[in-house]
Design a protein around this ligand. Structure first.
Ligand code: CMC
Length: 442
C-alpha cells in the first residue's frame, strides 16, 4: 500500500492546519501514513497555495519518496528489508537471496533462487574491450576513481539495456550491474597492484568468486576458508540497502531525469565515496593506524570532542541510528569469528578498536549525543584481516550496495507518479543589481 492510498483511507486519514500568524490565513495539509514509522505531512500543495517553500537542508525532516524496500527505526536500532529483520537475513539467508528479495519483493523459492543465481553468474564477465579502459588509468589511481569511471562507461558497452522505458531492458541492466560489479571491483584492485586480471569462475558462489578474482593469480588459485567466504557474503548482506541515504538519494535524483541505470549507479558510487558515508570504513582504519597505541586514545577522544578541531571519531555516529546500528552488532560477532578462523585473534588493531569503543561509550560527550559504533567501525578490521588494502574498503561497500541502488532506481522508474527531482532553495544572494561598466565599479 502506498502512503498516498493509506491517506485516502477515511480510517487513517488525518490533516494538519498551518496558520500564518500575521495574515491569519490557514491551509489544510494531508498527513500520509506508511505501514510503519513516522507519518509525513504532504506539503506538495504548499507552494501553489501559499507561494512558500519548506526549508530542510540535510533533509532531516523530509521524506523524499515512498518506498516498500527498506524500513529503519533509528531509535530502536531496527533495519528490515521487505519486512525481514537484518539479523535474520544475516544469519539464515545469503546475498543472492537478499538481492532477489530487494529486486522482486519476496524471498525466492528454490527454483527461483537457482534461476536468479544462474543469471547473475552468467553475466559476470565484462566486455573484453573494457580492459583497455583500465589501462588508461594511472597505476596509482584510487580504486574508487576507477570504479566510478568504469561503471559510468558500462552505458557505452551495453546499449541494449539503456532504454529505461522497456521493462526487459531494465531487468537486464539490473542483473548486469549486480553481476559485473564484483568483476569490475576486482579488476580495479588487480590493476592498482600490477597483477593480471582474473576472469570470473562459474562454479563459485557470488562471494567466493569475488574473492577468487581479487586474490587468485595465474600461478596459484586462492582458496578462501569457508568462514572467510561466509563473512564476505554477510558483509554484502549488511550493506545491501539502507533506505534513502546520500548515495541512494543521488541514484534516485540522477535517475529522475531519465538517465540510464549505469550512469545513475556511477553517480551513487561518487556520493558513497565521501568519508561521512561509505568512505568511513577506509577512514576508520586510517584513524586506528594513526592512533597507533592504546595510550594515545584519550588524545584522539579529546580531539573528536573539540569543536575547533575538524577531527571526528570515524565509525561513530549515524544520522538515523540513535541507539545502536544493528549491522554493527552483527559485524562485531563476525569480526571475532573471522579473526579466529584466520588465526589473527590478537590483531593489535582489533584490541585498539575495542578499547576505543569502550572509552567512547563511557564518555558523556558520546553518550549524550547518542554516538555509537556504526557498521563501518568493524567492517574495516575484518576486511583488513581478509587481506584487502584500505583503498578497497569503500569499493566493497559499493559492490554490495549496487543491488540496493538498482532496486531503488527500479522502484522509482516504475512509479507512475514519478517526476524529475527538483528541490528549490531559499535565495540569500544579492537582490537585483544594475550592471556597471568596469570603470564605474568601486
Ligand atoms: N565524532 C565526534 N563527534 C561527532 C561524531 C563523531 N564521529 N558524529 C557526530 N558528532 C557530534 C557532532 O559534532 C554534533 O555535535 P554538536 O551537537 O555538539 O554540534 C553531534 O554529534 C550531532 O552530529 P551531526 O554531525 O549533527 O550528525 P549528522 O547526522 O549530521 O552526521 C554522521 C552523521 C554519520 C555523518 C556523523 O556522525 C559522522 O561524521 N560520523 C563519522 C563518519 C562515519 O562513521 N560515517 C559512517 C556512517 S554509517 C555508514 C553509512 O551509512 O555510510
Amino acid at each position: 500500500m502506498t502512503a498516498e492510498r493509506a491517506a485516502s483511507n477515511p480510517e487513517t486519514e488525518d490533516t494538519v492546519t498551518v496558520t500564518f500568524n500575521k495574515t491569519g490565513k490557514s491551509h489544510e495539509l494531508r498527513i500520509l501514513s506508511g505501514t510503519a514509522g513516522p507519518r509525513a505531512i504532504d506539503v506538495r500543495s504548499l507552494y501553489a497555495e501559499t507561494g512558500m517553500f519548506t526549508y530542510d537542508p540535510g533533509f532531516t525532516s523530509t521524506a523524499s519518496c515512498d518506498s516498500s524496500l527498506t524500513y529503519i527505526d533509528g531509535d530502536a536500532g531496527i533495519l528490515r528489508h521487505r519486512g525481514y529483520a537484518i539479523e535474520d537475513l544475516a544469519e539464515h539467508s545469503d546475498f543472492m537471496e537478499v538481492c532477489y528479495l530487494l529486486l522482486n519483493g519476496e524471498l525466492p523459492t528454490t527454483e527461483q533462487k537457482d534461476k536468479f543465481e544462474h543469471t547473475i553468474t552468467y553475466h559476470s564477465m565484462v566486455h573484453e574491450q573494457l580492459l583497455y579502459l583500465y589501462r588508461g588509468f594511472r597505476r596509482d589511481a584510487h580504486p574508487m576513481a576507477i570504479l566510478v569511471g568504469v561503471t559510468g562507461a558500462l552505458s557505452a558497452f551495453y546499449h541494449d539495456s539503456t532504454d529505461i522505458t522497456d521493462e526487459h531492458q531494465r531487468m537486464v541492466a539490473s542483473h548486469r550491474l549486480i553481476s559485473k560489479m564484483p568483476t569490475i571491483a576486482a579488476m580495479a584492485y588487480k590493476y592498482s597492484i600490477g597483477q593480471p586480471f582474473v576472469y570470473p569462475r562459474n562454479d563459485l558462489n557470488f562471494a567466493a568468486n569475488f574473492l577468487h578474482m581479487t586474490f587468485s593469480v595465474p600461478a596459484e588459485d586462492y582458496q578462501p576458508l569457508p568462514e572467510v567466504a561466509r563473512a564476505m557474503d554477510r558483509i554484502f548482506i549488511l550493506h545491501a540497502d539502507h533506505e534513502q541515504n546520500a548515495s541512494t538519494s543521488t541514484v534516485r535524483l540522477a535517475g529522475s531525469s531519465g538517465a540510464n541505470p549505469f550512469a545513475c549507479i556511477a553517480a551513487g558510487i561518487s556520493s558513497l565515496w565521501g568519508p561521512a558515508h561509505g568512505g568511513a570504513n577506509e577512514a576508520v582504519l586510517n584513524m586506528l593506524q594513526e592512533i597507533g597505541s592504546k595510550d594515545r586514545i584519550p588524545e584522539f577522544i579529546e580531539r573528536a570532542k573539540d569543536r575547533d578541531d575538524p577531527f571526528r571519531l570515524m565509525g561513530f555516529g549515524h544520522r538515523v541510528y540513535k541507539n545502536h546500528d544493528p549491522r554493527a552488532t552483527v559485524l562485531r560477532t563476525s569480526c571475532n569469528e573471522v579473526l579466529e578462523a584466520l588465526g589473527v585473534r590478537d590483531e593489535p588493531l582489533l584490541a585498539l578498536a575495542m578499547e576505543l569503543e569502550r572509552i567512547a561509550l563511557e564518555d558523556p560527550y558520546f553518550v549524550e549525543r547518542k554516538l555509537f559504533p556504526n557498521v563501518d567501525f568493524y567492517s574495516g578490521i575484518i576486511l583488513k584481516a581478509m587481506g584487502f588494502p584500505t583503498s578497497m574498503f569503500t569499493v566493497l561497500f559499493a559492490l554490495a550496495r549496487t543491488v540496493g541502488w538498482v532496486a531503488q532506481w527500479k522502484e522509482m522508474v516504475e512509479d507512475p507518479n514519478q517526476r524529475i527531482g527538483r528541490p528549490r532553495q531559499l535565495y540569500v544572494g544579492p537582490a537585483e543589481r544594475k550592471y556597471m561598466p568596469p570603470d564605474e565599479r568601486q
